[in-house]
Design a protein. Structure first.
Length: 175
């Protein structure tokens, strides 16, 4: 074989080797492609599953957000009811304070009247006690006077009776 033939055989062998090498690379790439295809398919399934999970979670989040909105509305309503109740209670407390103040004033006025009436009553009782004391003294004086007058009347009655008895008895019988 001459050099050209040898070069040609060598070139053909290199081409065969390159073809085998290319086929081997092609086969490896086909395997890698199949493996990547399986991996992509698995990833696509995972993406679909994760998409479903995300959708479910988003739906749960929306449900929770709605519940939060509802709860917030209830809280707002309760807070408004509380503020209204507090306003009413404050007004009622103020009204009761006014009533209490008015009642205190009435009580103070009644206390003053009571003290005045009590002072007047005590003054009147003192006056009556003094009057009773004077009347007791006067009564004792009149009683003594009556006793004295009664004794005088008894004495005079006895004297008159005695005088009458002496005058009615005959003079001669005395004796």
């Amino acid at each position: 074989m001459d050099k050209k033939s040898l070069d040609l055989v060598l070139a053909v062998e290199q081409m065969i080797q390159a073809k085998q090498h290319t086929e081997l690379q092609n086969s490896e790439l086909q395997d890698r492609l199949a493996h990547s295809g399986g991996h992509i398919e698995r990833l696509n399934r995972d993406v679909k599953q994760l998409t479903r999970v995300i959708e479910e979670r988003e739906k749960s989040i929306l449900d929770l957000e709605q519940k939060i909105v509802d709860k917030n509305m209830k809280v707002d309503q309760v807070a408004e009811d509380y503020r209204e109740l507090e306003r009413r209670m404050t007004a009622e407390i103020e009204e009761l304070k006014s009533v209490i103040e008015l009642e205190k004033q009435k009580y103070g006025s009644l206390q003053v009247k009571h003290n005045d009436v009590l002072a007047e009553k005590n003054k009147r009782i003192h006056e009556l006690e003094e009057k009773i004391g004077r009347q007791d003294v006067e009564h004792q004086h009149l009683k003594q006077k009556f006793e004295t007058t009664h004794q005088e009347k008894v004495y005079l009655a006895n004297m008159i009776s005695d005088f009458t008895n002496r005058m009615s008895t005959p003079i001669g019988r005395e004796g």
